[in-house]
Design a protein around this ligand. Structure first.
Ligand SMILES: [Zn+2]
Ligand SMILES: [Zn+2]
Length: 178
Protein backbone atom coordinates (compact mmCIF):
# COMPACT_ATOMS: atom_id res chain seq x y z
CA UNK A 1 0.00 0.00 0.00
CA UNK A 2 1.10 3.47 -0.72
CA UNK A 3 -0.10 4.82 2.59
CA UNK A 4 2.02 5.70 5.53
CA UNK A 5 2.50 3.41 8.52
CA UNK A 6 -0.98 4.03 9.76
CA UNK A 7 -3.47 3.45 6.97
CA UNK A 8 -6.35 4.38 9.27
CA UNK A 9 -5.41 8.01 9.33
CA UNK A 10 -6.85 10.28 6.70
CA UNK A 11 -4.83 10.11 3.49
CA UNK A 12 -5.88 13.66 2.82
CA UNK A 13 -4.80 15.29 6.06
CA UNK A 14 -2.45 12.72 7.57
CA UNK A 15 -4.44 13.05 10.81
CA UNK A 16 -6.69 10.58 12.56
CA UNK A 17 -10.36 10.90 11.66
CA UNK A 18 -12.00 13.18 14.19
CA UNK A 19 -15.65 13.44 13.15
CA UNK A 20 -18.39 11.18 11.86
CA UNK A 21 -18.93 11.87 8.17
CA UNK A 22 -22.71 11.73 8.55
CA UNK A 23 -23.73 13.34 11.87
CA UNK A 24 -20.51 15.40 12.06
CA UNK A 25 -20.13 14.66 15.75
CA UNK A 26 -16.64 14.41 17.26
CA UNK A 27 -15.92 10.68 17.43
CA UNK A 28 -14.27 10.70 20.83
CA UNK A 29 -17.28 12.40 22.40
CA UNK A 30 -19.81 9.89 21.15
CA UNK A 31 -19.02 7.12 23.61
CA UNK A 32 -19.62 4.64 20.82
CA UNK A 33 -17.51 2.68 18.36
CA UNK A 34 -16.88 3.90 14.84
CA UNK A 35 -15.76 2.53 11.55
CA UNK A 36 -13.11 3.84 9.19
CA UNK A 37 -13.46 3.03 5.50
CA UNK A 38 -11.05 3.95 2.74
CA UNK A 39 -11.28 3.24 -0.93
CA UNK A 40 -8.26 3.03 -3.19
CA UNK A 41 -7.97 3.11 -6.93
CA UNK A 42 -4.57 2.34 -8.44
CA UNK A 43 -2.90 3.14 -5.16
CA UNK A 44 -4.64 6.47 -4.64
CA UNK A 45 -7.19 7.00 -1.90
CA UNK A 46 -10.39 8.11 -3.65
CA UNK A 47 -12.85 8.00 -0.77
CA UNK A 48 -12.34 7.95 2.98
CA UNK A 49 -14.47 8.52 6.01
CA UNK A 50 -15.24 7.58 9.57
CA UNK A 51 -18.82 6.78 10.49
CA UNK A 52 -20.19 6.33 13.99
CA UNK A 53 -22.07 3.23 15.06
CA UNK A 54 -25.40 5.05 15.24
CA UNK A 55 -25.19 6.42 11.73
CA UNK A 56 -23.95 3.14 10.37
CA UNK A 57 -26.91 1.35 11.91
CA UNK A 58 -29.35 3.88 10.52
CA UNK A 59 -28.01 3.56 7.01
CA UNK A 60 -27.75 -0.22 6.98
CA UNK A 61 -31.27 -0.43 8.40
CA UNK A 62 -32.57 1.30 5.31
CA UNK A 63 -31.10 -1.34 3.01
CA UNK A 64 -33.65 -3.74 1.61
CA UNK A 65 -34.10 -7.09 3.34
CA UNK A 66 -32.93 -8.98 0.27
CA UNK A 67 -29.77 -6.92 0.11
CA UNK A 68 -29.02 -7.50 3.76
CA UNK A 69 -29.42 -11.21 3.15
CA UNK A 70 -27.18 -11.03 0.12
CA UNK A 71 -24.47 -9.29 2.10
CA UNK A 72 -24.70 -11.92 4.82
CA UNK A 73 -24.53 -14.68 2.25
CA UNK A 74 -21.51 -13.12 0.63
CA UNK A 75 -19.66 -12.73 3.92
CA UNK A 76 -20.50 -16.24 5.02
CA UNK A 77 -19.78 -18.10 1.81
CA UNK A 78 -17.14 -16.06 0.05
CA UNK A 79 -14.79 -15.65 2.97
CA UNK A 80 -12.91 -18.55 4.49
CA UNK A 81 -13.15 -17.35 8.06
CA UNK A 82 -11.32 -20.35 9.51
CA UNK A 83 -8.29 -19.68 7.36
CA UNK A 84 -8.58 -15.99 8.13
CA UNK A 85 -8.64 -16.57 11.86
CA UNK A 86 -5.68 -18.94 11.66
CA UNK A 87 -3.83 -16.24 9.75
CA UNK A 88 -4.72 -13.63 12.34
CA UNK A 89 -3.49 -15.81 15.16
CA UNK A 90 -0.12 -16.27 13.54
CA UNK A 91 0.30 -12.54 13.09
CA UNK A 92 -0.08 -9.88 15.72
CA UNK A 93 0.07 -7.06 13.25
CA UNK A 94 -3.38 -6.01 12.01
CA UNK A 95 -1.66 -4.48 8.99
CA UNK A 96 -0.91 -7.96 7.72
CA UNK A 97 -4.60 -8.28 7.04
CA UNK A 98 -4.35 -5.58 4.45
CA UNK A 99 -1.98 -7.43 2.21
CA UNK A 100 -4.57 -9.55 0.42
CA UNK A 101 -8.28 -9.54 -0.35
CA UNK A 102 -10.29 -11.19 2.41
CA UNK A 103 -12.43 -13.04 -0.11
CA UNK A 104 -10.26 -14.00 -3.10
CA UNK A 105 -6.75 -13.57 -1.65
CA UNK A 106 -5.57 -11.37 -4.50
CA UNK A 107 -2.62 -9.30 -3.23
CA UNK A 108 -3.66 -5.68 -2.73
CA UNK A 109 -0.70 -4.54 -4.81
CA UNK A 110 -2.07 -6.45 -7.81
CA UNK A 111 -5.66 -5.27 -7.49
CA UNK A 112 -6.94 -2.39 -9.55
CA UNK A 113 -8.61 -1.07 -6.48
CA UNK A 114 -9.70 -2.11 -3.05
CA UNK A 115 -11.36 -0.91 0.11
CA UNK A 116 -10.14 -1.25 3.65
CA UNK A 117 -12.25 -1.15 6.74
CA UNK A 118 -11.52 -1.08 10.45
CA UNK A 119 -13.55 -0.83 13.62
CA UNK A 120 -12.49 1.37 16.53
CA UNK A 121 -13.83 1.27 20.04
CA UNK A 122 -15.20 4.36 21.78
CA UNK A 123 -11.72 5.20 22.99
CA UNK A 124 -10.25 5.03 19.50
CA UNK A 125 -8.48 1.69 19.86
CA UNK A 126 -8.64 -0.62 16.88
CA UNK A 127 -10.87 -3.65 17.45
CA UNK A 128 -9.54 -6.86 15.97
CA UNK A 129 -12.34 -9.25 15.05
CA UNK A 130 -13.74 -9.84 11.59
CA UNK A 131 -12.25 -6.43 10.84
CA UNK A 132 -9.92 -4.95 9.83
CA UNK A 133 -10.16 -6.26 6.33
CA UNK A 134 -9.40 -5.49 2.71
CA UNK A 135 -11.76 -6.30 -0.12
CA UNK A 136 -10.60 -5.98 -3.72
CA UNK A 137 -12.54 -4.14 -6.42
CA UNK A 138 -13.59 -7.36 -8.18
CA UNK A 139 -15.08 -8.77 -5.01
CA UNK A 140 -16.76 -5.46 -4.16
CA UNK A 141 -18.36 -5.46 -7.60
CA UNK A 142 -19.47 -9.06 -7.19
CA UNK A 143 -21.11 -8.11 -3.92
CA UNK A 144 -22.73 -4.93 -5.25
CA UNK A 145 -24.23 -6.56 -8.30
CA UNK A 146 -26.42 -8.65 -6.04
CA UNK A 147 -27.79 -5.67 -4.19
CA UNK A 148 -31.20 -4.35 -5.09
CA UNK A 149 -31.53 -1.05 -6.93
CA UNK A 150 -33.04 0.55 -3.86
CA UNK A 151 -30.07 -0.48 -1.76
CA UNK A 152 -27.66 0.90 -4.32
CA UNK A 153 -29.72 4.09 -4.11
CA UNK A 154 -29.25 4.14 -0.31
CA UNK A 155 -25.53 4.05 -0.90
CA UNK A 156 -25.60 6.76 -3.57
CA UNK A 157 -27.71 8.89 -1.25
CA UNK A 158 -25.20 8.44 1.52
CA UNK A 159 -22.36 9.52 -0.77
CA UNK A 160 -24.38 12.49 -1.98
CA UNK A 161 -25.35 13.60 1.52
CA UNK A 162 -21.96 13.22 3.12
CA UNK A 163 -19.51 14.31 0.46
CA UNK A 164 -19.09 17.46 -1.52
CA UNK A 165 -18.95 17.31 -5.26
CA UNK A 166 -19.83 14.46 -7.54
CA UNK A 167 -19.62 10.98 -6.08
CA UNK A 168 -16.35 9.25 -6.91
CA UNK A 169 -16.18 7.19 -10.08
CA UNK A 170 -19.54 5.70 -10.96
CA UNK A 171 -21.00 5.97 -7.51
CA UNK A 172 -19.90 2.44 -6.82
CA UNK A 173 -16.89 3.38 -4.77
CA UNK A 174 -16.62 1.67 -1.48
CA UNK A 175 -18.35 -1.41 -0.31
CA UNK A 176 -20.11 0.55 2.35
CA UNK A 177 -20.11 -0.61 5.91
CA UNK A 178 -22.17 -3.71 5.69
ZN1 LIG B 1 -22.61 9.69 13.09
ZN1 LIG C 1 -11.11 -10.12 -3.97
Amino acid sequence: MRTENNPWKSSETGEAFSHCVRCRMPLVELGAPWLVNKDFHRGECVLEYAICQGCRDEVTESLSESSKQEVRRFLETEIDWEARIAGFMSSRDPLDRLRTCVACSTPAAEADGYAISALFDEGGRIVTGPLPLLLCRCCIDRLLEHLSDESQEVWRQFLGDCFDGPPPADGKAGFGFF
